[in-house]
Design a binder for this molecule. Structure first.
Ligand SMILES: Cc1cc2nc3c(=O)[nH]c(=O)nc-3n(C[C@H](O)[C@H](O)[C@H](O)COP(=O)(O)O)c2cc1C
Length: 148
């Protein structure tokens, strides 16, 4: 089974917690996963399956621990056609830039040729104060795609 690279973008810890939670669930099911909280471009270039879990900060911006990686991807524009990916976006629907970081990441990865494994999950923190719950349901629905 291919290793899953799980990269988080988080400022206040929520998205990171969701990443740890999904990683624990995958580990329990013997799905190999590496969690990375300060992603670098080589983490993406070396990955075959990427699960990106990011909140949104500023005005639709990437969290600080994810922004450098995404800037490098934009600048270097590597060919990611060997990469399969999915994005979990966490945001607050009171912002008109709701889930802006997750949406930008999905669009960037697709533009670089990466293949989507599952539709992006957008979690509204106002509706789901425990974002790990919808994330867990999404994983259960789509985990087969990560294991092929
Ligand atoms: C200063 C600030 C700016 C934010 N800007 C946005 C935004 O533009 N769009 C959005 O959907 N959510 C926005 N949020 C909401 C966060 O994405 C949300 O609270 C999320 O759960 C934080 O996740 P984290 O704990 O992983 O940082 C913002 C939150 C803060 C504190």
């Amino acid at each position: 089974m291919q290793n899953i690279t799980l990269i988080t973008g988080s400022t206040l810890g929520g998205a990171e917690y969701v990443g740890d939670h999904l990683s624990d669930l995958m580990t329990q099911e013997n799905i190999p996963v590496d969690v990375i909280n300060e992603g670098e471009i080589n983490d993406v270039l070396d990955a075959r399956i990427l699960l990106l879990i990011t909140s949104t900060h500023g005005a639709g911006d990437y969290p600080e621990n994810l922004a450098p990686l995404m800037e490098q991807l934009e600048k270097n524009a590597p060919d990611l056609s060997n990469l399969k990916f999915a994005v979990i976006a966490i945001g607050d629907s009171s912002y008109d830039t709701f889930c802006g970081a997750g949406r930008a990441a999905e669009s960037l990865l697709t533009g670089l040729g990466a293949q989507s494994l599952a539709p992006m999950l957008e979690i509204d923190i106002l509706e789901h104060p425990l974002p790990e719950e919808p994330a867990e349901a999404w994983l259960s629905q789509h985990k087969q795609a990560f294991c092929e």
